[in-house]
Design a protein around this ligand. Structure first.
Ligand SMILES: [Ca+2]
Ligand SMILES: [Ca+2]
Length: 327
């Protein structure tokens, strides 16, 4: 009984500043009549000469909230009446539907709202008396949220990159950073002598290992979530090879060897070509450590200079190395 009393008080209290005077009177009357509802008392305890309870029109109060899911809203509220349970609440206006009050007069309906506009809730009590309320779904919560504009202070992303050889052929690694308000997950697009894309990590870092078609400019471009663009020109430096310590040695009566070292970013597999006084057509393959040697038979050695040259993977030609042939 006490809980019923409290539940009935709540809507009256919440509406006390705005409900009409007759409603406050009704609230008080409900409290009084509810303290001794006829159903809870034995029949022989009812005063025999009690006048019949006067039926008052139901009072209905409701409000509407977004469910934050599309145009679905929740309407809930209370009906105060001598017998508030099981009454049908009918909605019209921007919402169409019905629901039924619980034992305390509470009701709730989750439904779609067709448009922004007034919602009318109507209830009819057991005696045929009508109560109604007008609810407004505030359009501060938009039915169709407009696209989110980028913040006015969105700054263009800043991108910085560099490229290094992997020391394997023409494969290079390009890596760098994007600085932005939201640097993660941005796509970096490469053009110029490199074609490809990669995605920034949580800190704006990026890396791509790829073949480079030729020595030349590499452009890295990034677009932030607001559509602003940042770009950088990445320079890949690669020097022509150098041949050091080139020598021609006689090992036996007709056995000779050409030796030297290639200094280059990616020396392995380069082909050294020999010339000068040594027999024509001699070449050597450079090892990973840059060294090369070529053994050959030379029956009629000539006094003079042997030469060696090598092209790197970018077809850049080395110095012309010379080694004196002592016969
Ligand atoms: Ca930005
Ligand atoms: Ca080189």
């Amino acid at each position: 009984m006490l809980s019923l009393f409290r539940r009935l008080r709540r809507p009256c209290a919440r509406r006390s500043r705005s409900i009409p005077m007759h409603t406050e009177v009704l609230c008080s009357r409900i409290m009084l009549t509810s303290e001794f509802p006829a159903d809870d008392l034995p029949a022989d305890d009812l005063p025999a000469d009690d006048p019949p309870v006067e039926n008052f029109a139901p009072y209905i109060w409701g409000d509407v909230w977004t469910t934050s899911s599309g145009t679905t809203v929740e309407i809930s509220g209370w009906v105060m009446d001598e017998y508030p349970e099981g009454l049908t609440v009918t909605f019209s206006g921007a919402v169409s539907g019905t629901t039924t009050t619980d034992e305390f007069g509470g009701f709730s309906l989750i439904t779609d709202i067709s448009e922004l506009g007034p919602i009318y809730a109507t209830v009819v009590d057991a005696g045929g008396l009508v109560g109604s309320d007008e609810m407004f779904f505030f359009d501060a919560v938009p039915i169709d949220p407009p696209p989110i504009d980028p913040p006015a202070d969105n700054l263009a992303p800043y991108i910085w990159g560099d490229a290094w050889t992997t020391s394997v052929g023409t494969t290079v690694e390009i890596s760098g950073w994007v600085m932005d308000e939201h640097p993660e997950g941005l796509i970096v697009t490469f053009s110029g002598v490199v074609s490809g894309t990669t995605t920034t990590d949580g800190f704006g870092g990026f890396s791509l290992i790829t073949d480079i078609s030729a020595l030349g400019p590499i452009y890295a471009t990034v677009v932030d979530a607001g559509g602003l663009v940042g770009s950088d020109e990445v320079f890949f430096f690669d020097a022509a090879p150098d041949i050091n310590d080139f020598s021609v040695l006689q090992l036996g009566p007709n056995e000779w060897v050409l030796r030297g070292t290639v200094v280059d970013e990616a020396p392995v597999g380069l082909i050294v070509t020999f010339g000068g006084v040594v027999p024509g057509g001699l070449t050597a393959v450079v090892e990973a450590d840059g060294t090369f040697e070529r053994y050959f038979t030379w029956n009629n050695p000539s006094l003079g200079m042997a030469t060696a040259t090598v092209d790197d993977v970018w077809s850049q030609t080395s110095n012309l190395a010379e080694g004196f042939v002592f016969v």
